[in-house]
Structure formats: C-alpha cells, structure tokens
Design a protein around this ligand. Structure first.
Ligand SMILES: [Zn+2]
Length: 505
C-alpha cells in the first residue's frame, strides 16, 4: 500500500463513499469500515463535521467488475492521520468570495399551477432594500410547495433559510448543495443546515425532469460562470421558460443551448424570466477562452510569481488557468476559503495540482487568492496587514480576473492602490480603471482578463426575440441600463414586460 496526503471532499450522497478524492486519475474513496484493521481508529473521531481538506491515507488499489468493459479501478483509502485543518475564515461584505458575479439582483420567481407552487431561486443580494422583505412576504402569502435552485451563485439561494418552517423539498444539483452546506457550516446557520437535511435536498442533474403532477419541469444545462447551471421549462396550462442567469458561451456549448431552446420553441412559449443586466452592451458575451488566452500571455511573460484573484465559484476558469500554469512548469497554490474549495472541486474532476503551501515563495508559482472584491479577511486584504499566508514580492504579477460588484468600488480601489507599489504589474479587466476610479499608473494595465456570465445584446436578441418569442418576459433586474435597453428591444416587437414575481402557468 502507498501512503499519500490527498485533498478529500464530500462525495455525491447518491454514491457509495462519503469522502472522496482522486489519485493517478482514479477515484479514491475513504474507507468507512467501522472495524477496519488498516485504518487508524483514534483519528476517525476527528472526522466529525469534516467537509473537506487534506487527509493522510494508505492507498489500496481495488477493482470492480464492469459488465460493459474492463474492470474499473479505484483506490480504497485507509485513514492514517487527520492533519490540523486550516481555519475557515468567514468572508463578509456585499459579495463573499464564494459567490455572485456583478449583478446584485433579487432573483426569486414563484410559478403557480393549481395547488403546486414552485419557488425558483430564493435569493437576493440587492443594492436597494426591500427585496429580502419582498421575498419573505411572498413566502408568507403564497407558501411554496417546492423550491428549485438553478445554480450555486449566492444571489440565487442566500435566503433559502426563510423557508425552513415549510419543510418542503429543495431541488438542486450537487455543486450548489455543497456550496450551501459549506456556508451553513461555517456560518453555523442551523436553519440552512436543516433545510438541506437528507431527504429534503433532492439532488438532480441538468437534463432531469421533475414531475409534480399538474406541473412538469424539464431542466436543461445553460452556460454561465459556474458549473451545473440550469434553465427550466415549466409546463402547466401554459409554458414558461426560466432562463435566469445565462450566456450563450462558445463552441459546442453554444450550439447545444441554441438547439435546446429551438426544440423548446417548437411549441408556443408564454413566459420567460431572464437576466438582462448586460443587454445594453453590444455583441455577444465574451468567450471564456479569451480570458484564458489573456492570462496565458501574462504567465508566459511574467518573470516571477503570478497571483490570480477571481470569483472562486468560477471553477472552469480556475481549472483552465491552472492547466496552463502546470504546462509552463509552475506550481499551483490555492489560498483562502473559497479558493481551497475550488481546488477540491477540481480534484473531484480528477485534476491534481500544486504541492506544499510552504513553497509559495518560489518564482515559478501560480497562486490563486481570494479577495477580488476586497472582502474583509480575504487573502488580499490580509496582505495589507502583513498577515500570512501571502506576502507580495517585487517581481510578482497580480491579476484581477473579475469585475467590481457595484457598491464595492471604493474598497477595491483602495486595495489596488495599496498593492500596486509592492508588485511589478497589476492587470485589471478592461474598463475597470474608470469604473472604480483608479488614477493612471504605468504598473496597472487593462486586459481581457474577465468575461461576464450574462448575455449581452446579441445573446438576448437571438434567444428571446428570434428563438423563444414569448408573449411575456420578466426581465431581471428591473432597473439600470440593461433593463432599459431590453425594454426597448422587447416592446419593439410587442413583447409584454412583466414585473410581478408570481406567475400563473
Ligand atoms: Zn449567476
């Protein structure tokens, strides 16, 4: 047997192992044998409440028969030692590092068909007050019978705990389930924990159907900035499409979403709910490959370490950048609660990176850090007080692969102003200098190091006007330039704009 220290994370509750990892491109499952002679029984007690982090294990290669091909190999991991886990910091502020992009929205919509009342995305991260109260009122008056969460961004589930007393099922995919459980644990939010208790959290995959009798819900994958995002076709007396947060993406992903929407539109669509925050911006939403290409250029030109901050739920971007860094011979490190969790998500996909965090001072490092919104206690904010683990070096290149969440301009500006003298170059997203009010500085450069998760003018035109052609649309949010542009676009072709959050179907 081989000894190893591997990052373990909570497995899919529908599968055999509670804690899993990966090694040599094979799945690793932590042994759960109560009386296993190969496991260290004294350490097992330390796993109470454990929801991810490094474990020292002995690996035993196993194989399982497979009726469709050669036997499948996996490792059974016997527990040797539970290392001291790094303390989780709770990140506060308008946007925590594990969540929203830049649309601070009230996303909840209630669909009613007879006695079936489906609440989609009970979340609000609004800039203006009132929407949390609005959501509480909606729940009190209509008493939903089912909840669906379309994806893991916080503004789509942040107020889920308001539903605790109703005891109703919550349909969601495994990633948001892990994100919400994680937040519930670090915030000690017992209402949230209770809601996701076994039996109430109904895990589904995009593509699954939810049959509620008088209402059927067909889920389908939509491209966004977080894995497992899904759209919904809700069919009762009428047909509604809840597109929520989406972009068309690129390549196969783009072709597939268009094909799905065209298939849906073969029958009349009565209603669509869609995010329109970027509708005033020309063209299609930028492809993610452009971001990876820009950051690849930064990495190949950099003389020293490259430090990247972004939303930690953007797991695909983090993974792509990490792959490039590894190909360039860089060691990859993940610092901060959200980034460590992103690391675990990548390990879940069988991707292995990095090494010992003690080596982060080496010039050939790529370091992912939390703090793109200058959140309190994030790794970048801690740097200013010279609190470990990251300390800037003069040869460091810093990349903000994100956009400011409206309302965070002042702290982000202050953070960049303080960090710039300590490093060689700071790369920020195009337009960010003006948005956050930064003065010209030779060391601060604007590049295409971020891409929005929300469709722009062309994405919306193609999907809403050309494909779905609904009678009514609920645009989200209901303020700002994007909303105004959408209103003009939709009213021009006779689509009715709805502001009511309760929809009869
Ligand atoms: Zn989102």
């Amino acid at each position: 047997m081989e000894k190893a220290r591997l990052p373990f994370f909570l497995g899919d509750p529908r599968k055999r192992f509670d804690l899993i990892s990966s090694y040599n491109r094979r799945v690793v499952g932590l042994c759960d044998g109560q009386f296993c002679f190969s496991c260290n029984p004294d350490e097992r007690g330390k796993l109470v409440g454990f929801d991810g982090g490094p474990l020292e294990v002995m690996l035993q290669l196993q194989s399982r028969t497979n009726p469709f091909g050669p036997p499948r190999e996996y490792y059974l991991a016997h527990l040797v030692f539970v290392p001291e886990q790094e303390k989780e910091e709770i990140i506060t502020g308008a946007a925590s590092d594990e969540a929203i992009e830049f649309d601070a929205s009230y996303n909840a919509v209630l669909y009613i068909c007879g006695g079936t009342r489906v609440l989609v995305d009970p979340g609000s991260m609004a800039l203006t007050n009132g929407s949390v109260e609005g959501l509480a009122k909606l729940i009190e008056v209509y008493r939903p019978t089912v909840v669906i969460i379309t994806h893991g961004h916080q503004d789509h589930w942040r107020n889920l705990d308001l539903l605790e007393k109703l005891g109703i099922p919550v349909y969601l995919t495994p990633l948001p389930n892990r994100l919400i459980s994680h937040t519930a644990r670090i915030e000690k939010n017992y209402a949230l924990q209770k809601i996701l208790r076994k039996g109430r959290a109904q895990l589904i995959d995009p593509g699954d159907t939810i049959d509620l009798g008088e209402m059927k819900i067909f889920t389908f994958p939509v491209p966004h900035t977080i894995p497992e995002a899904m759209g919904l076709l809700l069919a009762g007396e009428r047909r509604a499409v809840h597109l929520g947060d989406f972009r068309l993406g690129e390549g196969v992903e783009k072709a597939e979403i268009i094909t799905t929407l065209r298939a849906i539109a073969k029958r009349k669509v009565d209603f669509v709910a869609v995010n329109v925050v970027n509708c005033h911006l020309e063209g299609y939403a930028e492809p993610e490959s452009m971001v990876v290409n820009s950051i690849t250029n930064v990495m190949v030109e950099a003389k020293g370490r490259v430090v990247v901050t972004c939303f930690s739920t953007n797991v695909e971007r983090i993974g792509s950048i990490a792959e490039v860094a590894q190909a360039q011979g860089r060691n990859v490190y993940f610092l901060g609660t959200g980034m460590r969790r992103a690391h675990l998500e990548l390990a879940r996909e069988g991707l292995e990176y990095g090494g010992d965090e003690n080596d982060i001072s080496q010039p050939n490092s790529l370091i992912f850090v939390s703090g793109c919104q200058a959140e309190e206690n994030s790794i970048l904010e801690r740097t200013l007080e010279e609190r470990p683990p990251y300390q800037p070096q003069e040869s460091d290149t810093l990349v903000f692969s994100s956009r400011d969440v409206p309302g965070n301009e002042v702290p982000i500006r202050a953070l960049i102003q303080k960090l710039t003298p300590k490093v060689s170059t700071v790369f920020i997203y195009k337009g960010e200098r003006i948005r956050i009010g930064l003065e010209e500085n030779q060391k601060i450069k604007e590049i295409d190091c971020h891409a929005t998760g929300h469709g722009k003018e062309k994405d919306t035109e193609l999907v809403i006007l050309d494909t779905l052609q609904p009678k009514e649309v609920l645009p989200i949010p209901q303020e700002g330039e994007g909303f105004e542009a959408f209103k003009e676009m939709a009213e021009g072709v006779g689509i009715k704009i709805i502001s009511e959050r309760v929809v009869e179907i």
